[in-house]
Write a protein that binds this ligand. Structure first.
Ligand SMILES: [Fe+2]
Length: 195
């Protein structure tokens, strides 16, 4: 289950009051990109928008790294939005490998192992893949994926090569589904198009 668009906007607006920051603008951008790509691929664009909007909702509880995954999953589960909870977990793991998390593991070993097990049992669907892709296309603006990954590398000191490859494969996957260039679908910025 996932909330309606208006309920999702209400949730993120409330969350912004608890922890204002660029993550809110990023979340709206991810939602808009997910909606556009979903629309081009005959997926449910309302669902894509809502999942994109709430993928980082764990950030309402404060600044954290791995913790935002656990907090988001549990918060969405408490509201019975299981499809969003799943995205709170899967959006950071295009390689499905929890050990490749970029950032601090600021949760207990018990929580880490619980979420490792959860992640391993999920078979990624198009919505998991879509939000992984859009998270990699958006900072607080739409970016070239390679620039975004380089930026993450600069900030955190590393970016696993297989994660980079997996993210670029996601782009190819949705370009095959939509038969369009992803940057053309999501942005008017012709510099990004590379055509
Ligand atoms: Fe994100």
């Amino acid at each position: 289950m996932f909330p309606t668009r208006s309920k999702a906007i209400e949730i993120i607006t409330d969350s912004e009051k608890l922890n204002p920051g660029p993550w809110v603008r990023h979340s709206f951008l991810v939602a808009e990109c997910a909606e556009k790509i979903a629309g081009a691929c005959w997926l449910d664009y309302d669902k894509a928008y809502v999942l994109g909007l709430l993928h980082d909702i764990g950030r309402r509880f404060g600044t954290s790294h791995f913790g935002h995954i656990v907090d988001g999953y549990r918060y969405m589960s408490s509201l019975e939005y299981d499809e969003v909870a799943r995205i709170c977990l899967t959006h950071s793991f295009s390689t499905q490998c929890i050990d490749e998390y970029i950032g601090n593991i600021d949760v207990s070993k018990l929580d880490f192992n619980e979420f490792k097990e959860k992640l391993e049992t999920i078979k990624f669907d198009d919505y998991d893949k879509l939000i992984q892709l859009c998270d990699c296309l958006c900072g607080v603006e739409i970016m070239n994926m390679n620039d975004r990954m380089d930026d993450v590398k600069k900030r955190y000191g590393n970016y696993p090569e297989n994660k980079r490859i997996a993210n670029l494969e996601l782009k190819s996957y949705f370009e095959k589904l939509s038969k369009e260039n992803i940057y053309v679908i999501i942005s008017d910025n012709k510099e990004l198009w590379g055509l």
